[in-house]
Design a protein around this ligand. Sequence first.
Ligand SMILES: NC(=O)c1ccc[n+]([C@@H]2O[C@H](COP(=O)([O-])OP(=O)(O)OC[C@H]3O[C@@H](n4cnc5c(N)ncnc54)[C@H](O)[C@@H]3O)[C@@H](O)[C@H]2O)c1
Length: 142
Amino acid sequence: MVQLLNEGFRVSIIDNLDNSVTEAVDGGDLRNKDLEKLFSQTQFDALIHFAGLKVVGESVVNPRRYFDNNLIGTINLYEVMAKYDCKKMVFSSSATVYGQPEKMPCVEDFELKAMNPYGRTKLFLEEIARDIQKAEPDWKII
Ligand SMILES: NC(=O)c1ccc[n+]([C@@H]2O[C@H](COP(=O)([O-])OP(=O)(O)OC[C@H]3O[C@@H](n4cnc5c(N)ncnc54)[C@H](O)[C@@H]3O)[C@@H](O)[C@H]2O)c1
């Protein structure tokens, strides 16, 4: 964010404070009305999506929490972005989508085989991004 501000961009942050503090960010959750309120007030050019739960062990113990937060949150985000015509996203996926690669370093054409619920949320979200972009080519998702 500091880098973007230094480059002259105007930036908003939405974060539900699950793993952050109010000194650093504004509140707001991807899964509720906070998101719609923010988008209705500002026309965004693009979005950098880092919001997610990321602890592999916790995701094994409580997969529903990860599916709800990471999958539902991101699907909701796509809906609101589409509604307000913001179709550029940088999405933070994870190397866990490759499972245990046979060699290192891991590169992007390795086989996708997530081995835990956290990794699967990221893999599903990559597939969702591919499907959205295929159906609506004006989306740009990295
Ligand atoms: N840290 C790593 O090594 C690493 C590696 C690969 C991918 N990632 C991914 O990058 C992203 C950011 O990772 P990080 O290490 O900065 O994690 P982080 O926990 O510091 O940042 C994620 C932020 O998202 C917020 N958040 C979570 N769910 C939310 C929701 N539903 N609505 C709004 N805000 C929500 C949390 O409060 C937190 O501030 C994550 O999606 C993670 O899966 C991280």
